[in-house]
Design a protein around this ligand. Structure first.
Ligand code: PEP
Ligand code: MN
Length: 333
């Protein structure tokens, strides 16, 4: 739509799309609204829309993913998590423990990352663990602790949603719902989360292609949730010197073909504390919109992912270095 198109003109296009038995997805933007059309089997006849008032052009999207593509929306999407923008000129740093372990642990780490300059807090209450005998998270008790962390620190909360049964409960406490690598292709969970109108952090599956990642994001947008942030967290390769192989080439590739913001998680991407800072620098240099970092004040006692957790003072150093690097790549922190 034209930048000056009125709400009535957008509504008229939506009504026209729906009168053809198709779905209309008005995707708001700072400059102009794009209206995605889905539900068509073949191509859609452009003549039905192109002369409606306010319409600039009708663009057929050739990629298998539609609403997430840059063809559908040219300008970058900026997602707000409790007032913190993700995807604009400012970099976003989300930090906290892998898992909420106790109120004292969660709040102490919250204070430390807040003081260092984190914008949002992360921490899992429902944890996806490889072994059923490993710590599974505190569940609802952990969610209540996260609400206290928000009250104490003012930081918005990003936490994982593990299944459809607990999705609404998690959404009551979270400012952003994280869909983890293991659930990237849990399509019933994606549909459920797409219907909950909260921002979503969608992590790349450990063996997912970029097309698969974008199609998973498409599930969320197709349900009407346009507040989706992607996250590269490393993929499985033959390499065994790191936990995963952090695929930084994914960042400029995704940015070329999609309008969605993309973060990098060098904590899961490397699995090793000493590698988190260098790969954070690399992530920002390559154009990532921000970082997801695991921090613990007593990593040797952590109930999950201790070896990759930064100590609070290491996180402070990371923030300082990223702040210095940001202007080099046209960003601010
Ligand atoms: C996490 O962020 O805590 C997590 C479990 O990450 P991933 O899904 O990327 O393994
Ligand atoms: Mn973790």
């Amino acid at each position: 739509m034209d930048a000056a198109a009125t709400a009535e003109q957008v509504a008229r296009v939506v009504a026209t799309v729906e009168s053809l038995g198709l779905q209309a997805h008005p995707i708001p933007g700072a400059q102009r609204t794009a209206i995605g059309i889905t539900g068509n089997r073949g191509s859609v006849e452009a003549a039905a829309f192109e002369n409606l008032p306010g319409v600039i052009e009708v663009i057929p999207v050739s990629a298998p993913y539609k609403l997430v593509s840059r063809e559908a929306k040219r300008e970058n999407s900026v997602i707000s998590i409790r007032g913190v923008p993700v995807g604009g000129p400012a970099l976003t740093v989300i930090a906290g423990p892998c898992a909420v372990e106790s109120e004292a642990q969660a709040i102490e780490i919250g204070r430390r990352v807040r003081a260092a300059g984190a914008h949002l807090y992360r921490g899992g209450a429902f944890k996806p663990r490889t072994s059923p005998y490993s710590f599974q998270g505190l569940g609802e008790k952990g969610l209540k602790i996260l609400s206290k962390v928000r009250a104490e620190t003012g930081l918005g909360i990003v936490t994982e949603v593990l299944d459809t049964e607990t999705a609404e409960l998690v959404a009551e406490h979270a400012d952003c719902l994280q869909v983890g690598a293991r659930n990237m292709q849990n399509f019933s969970l994606l549909k459920k989360v797409g219907r909950i109108k909260k921002p979503v952090l969608l992590k790349r599956g450990m063996s997912a292609t970029i097309e698969e990642l974008l199609l998973s994001a498409e599930y969320l947008l197709a349900e009407g949730n346009y507040d989706v942030i992607l996250c590269e967290r490393g993929v499985r390769t033959f390499a065994d010197h790191t936990r995963n192989t952090l695929d930084l080439s994914a960042i400029p590739y995704v940015q070329r073909i999609s309008h969605l913001p993309i973060l990098v998680d060098p904590s899961h991407g490397t699995g090793k504390r000493q590698k988190v800072l260098p790969l954070s620098r690399a992530a920002i240099a390559v154009g990532a919109d921000g970082l997801l970092i695991e921090v613990h004040h007593q990593p040797e006692a952590a109930l999950s992912d201790g070896p990759q957790a930064l100590l609070p003072e290491m996180f402070e150093q990371l923030i300082g270095e990223i702040r210095a690097l940001a202007p080099v790549v046209g960003r601010v922190l």
